[in-house]
Write a protein that binds this ligand. Structure first.
Ligand code: AMO
Length: 554
């Protein structure tokens, strides 16, 4: 107790004329009584004040009590629940309560009691409403949800409602979700090197510009550096749905036609494909191994092993310093090889039907994905296959078409030089105009431009039984009838300056010494099929984590 608070301490002592003190200066009895009374009064007043404050605090606490405290926060608070996928949310879910997982794409606060989230799952987005009302949603819950960093993953439960006016900012524009529970499954850091929305715009390299969009476009190398975010974009989800479907459709078609799937080695003892560069693995137990440039030798050896029809989907490595829109150093090859009864055109027709089957099925069953990509790259939706059939021309017919269009083909006329990329593209345009198709085949290529394992044309020594497939004027497949006789193969190698006794060839040539049926096949590039089917500018866009001369990460 301080001196000011002592009873009587306020009294002026030693004052001779003070009625409250006696002759010795001590407080009188009545003065003491009065002072005690006053002190008691002050104490009562303070106690009342204290009580009043406590009452007010209790009232405030009651007002602030978060009745929804269990309905939001860390996922550890959540009860187990089955989840639907946003892609399956149709009008049938209206007025039903659903639970789903989604990333926060965007948050918008309207007031302390009302906020909106745009939620994203696998390229599908929906609007979620957080409205503080009743016991389900509190102000604290609204605040918490809206403050969670963009891209965090939520588990949301809410009532699906039909909306009167379509929601332009969401792909599921006819529905919204009134949130009743929201839990954080995984938190994103507050810093995003690029937004997912940035990846839903054309790459600047494409030259496609939206005059309305004022934000600077993110170049492809930044997108590839941040590929995990990039891949979350609806366009990329759609591209890789298509890419996966190509593999499945290829596999199904091959199985349906009695083929078997093999996995041939990618570590090989010698560089054998010829033409393409090869990557060396220099620490292969004291030796040098190489990364396979093609399953070519193995698919043919399997035919020699009576497998009759084989296919493979696997990585193909090319050590080519080609920095173009369609070259990778590692790509996914779809390879097939099969025997035929009378003529290699049986296999050529098979290959044409295979591609037509894949592309027309994509058009039928993946229209939504194609439309998603088309929103950004308008060509995606217009791949044309006249009468659902491949157009087959002879290589010489292709040259003639180019010549007719005024292209200088003097080098190609000598049957020594292949078409240049520019010529291929131009031929693609001519063929689209003349034949109304984007898928065509050139047959009977000059022998000089094909590998040593290619079977020569039966009557014209300049030509070969070989073909290339093109989509929108760019090569997606090479193939041929193969030499199936050892001595003919050795002769062809020598004619092309390849030593049949060089390392790596013996097992391959020996495969044909015990007899092998005539066969043909082809090698397709998955990444290019997806690129050209969808009219993308760059093969890297159709490759989840591309490898090229400049890029070994991520
Ligand atoms: P080729 O070398 O023409 O033939 O390759 C076959 C197909 O693979 C794709 N391709 C590529 N894709 C991306 N980046 C590259 N660097 C790249 N190189 C090729 C193309 C091409 O049409 N053994 C033969 C096939 C055979 O005859 O069966 C071969 O490998 O789509």
């Amino acid at each position: 107790m301080s001196s000011e608070e002592k009873p009587g301490a306020a009294l002026p002592v030693h004052a001779k004329d003070n009625p409250n003190v006696d002759a010795e200066g001590a407080p009188t009895k009545s003065a003491l009584k009065k002072a005690a009374k006053e002190a008691e009064k002050a104490a009562k007043k303070a106690a009342a004040k204290e009580k009043e404050a406590a009452q007010r605090a209790a009232q405030q606490a009651a007002a602030d009590e978060d009745k929804a405290v269990d309905n939001y926060g860390n996922i550890s608070k959540a009860k187990e629940a089955d989840a639907v996928k946003l892609k399956d949310l149709t009008d049938e879910y209206a007025n039903k309560t659903v639970t789903f997982f989604a990333r926060v794409e965007n948050t918008r606060s309207q007031s302390a009691k009302l906020g909106f989230l745009t939620l994203r799952e696998q390229g599908y987005t929906i609007q979620a409403v957080l409205a503080a009302a009743g016991d389900d949603v509190s102000k604290q819950m609204v605040k918490w949800a809206l403050q969670t960093p963009v891209n965090s993953i939520f588990r949301v439960t809410g009532l699906v409602k039909k909306v009167d006016a379509p929601i332009a900012s969401a792909t599921i524009s006819g529905l919204e979700v009134a949130v009743t529970r929201v839990y954080e499954v995984s938190r994103a850091v507050d810093f995003l090197p690029m937004a997912v929305r940035d990846a839903e715009k054309p790459i600047p390299e494409s030259g496609i510009v939206d005059p309305e969009d004022k934000s600077p476009p993110v170049p492809m190398h930044i997108r590839l550096d941040n590929r995990v975010i990039d891949l979350q974009a609806d366009i990329n989800q759609a591209i890789f749905t298509i890419s996966s479907a190509v593999e499945v459709l290829f596999t199904e078609y091959m199985f349906k036609h009695g083929s078997r799937k093999f996995n041939t080695p990618k570590l090989v003892g010698a560089a054998t494909e010829g033409g393409a560069g090869v990557f060396a693995v220099t620490n292969y137990f004291g030796k040098t191994a190489y990364l396979a440039q093609s399953p070519q030798f193995y698919k043919q050896m399997l035919i020699a092993a009576d497998c009759e029809s084989v296919f493979e989907i696997g990585p193909v490595f090319r050590a080519e310093n080609s920095n173009t829109h369609r070259h990778l150093t590692e790509f996914t090859g779809l390879d097939f090889e099969m025997v035929f009864n009378n003529h290699y055109h049986e296999v050529l027709s098979f290959g044409e039907n295979l591609i037509v089957h894949i592309l027309t099925t994509l058009q039928k069953e993946y229209a939504r994905e194609i439309a998603t990509i088309q929103r950004i790259y308008p060509r995606a939706g217009d791949f044309r296959i006249k009468d659902n059939k491949a157009l087959r021309l002879k290589y010489a017919d292709g040259i003639a078409l180019l010549k007719e269009a005024g292209v200088d083909t003097s080098e190609q006329d000598r049957f020594e030089t292949d078409l240049s990329t520019a010529m291929e593209k131009q031929l693609g345009k001519i063929i689209r105009e003349k034949y109304d198709t984007d898928f065509y085949v050139l047959d009977e290529f000059p022998m000089a431009v094909r590998p040593f394992y290619t079977k020569a044309h039966p009557t014209d020594p300049n030509l070969s039984n070989s073909y290339d497939f093109f989509m929108r004027g760019e090569e997606i497949m090479s193939g041929a009838q193969r030499i199936n006789e050892a001595s003919e193969l050795e002769q062809s190698m020598r004619a092309k300056g390849v030593d049949p006794n060089a390392e790596g060839f013996k097992d391959y040539i020996d495969a044909f010494r015990q007899g092998c049926r005539p066969h043909a096949g082809g090698g397709l590039g998955l990444n290019r099929i997806v690129q050209f089917f969808l009219g993308l500018d760059n093969v890297r866009q159709a490759t989840p984590f591309p490898r090229d001369p400049q890029r070994l990460r991520p």
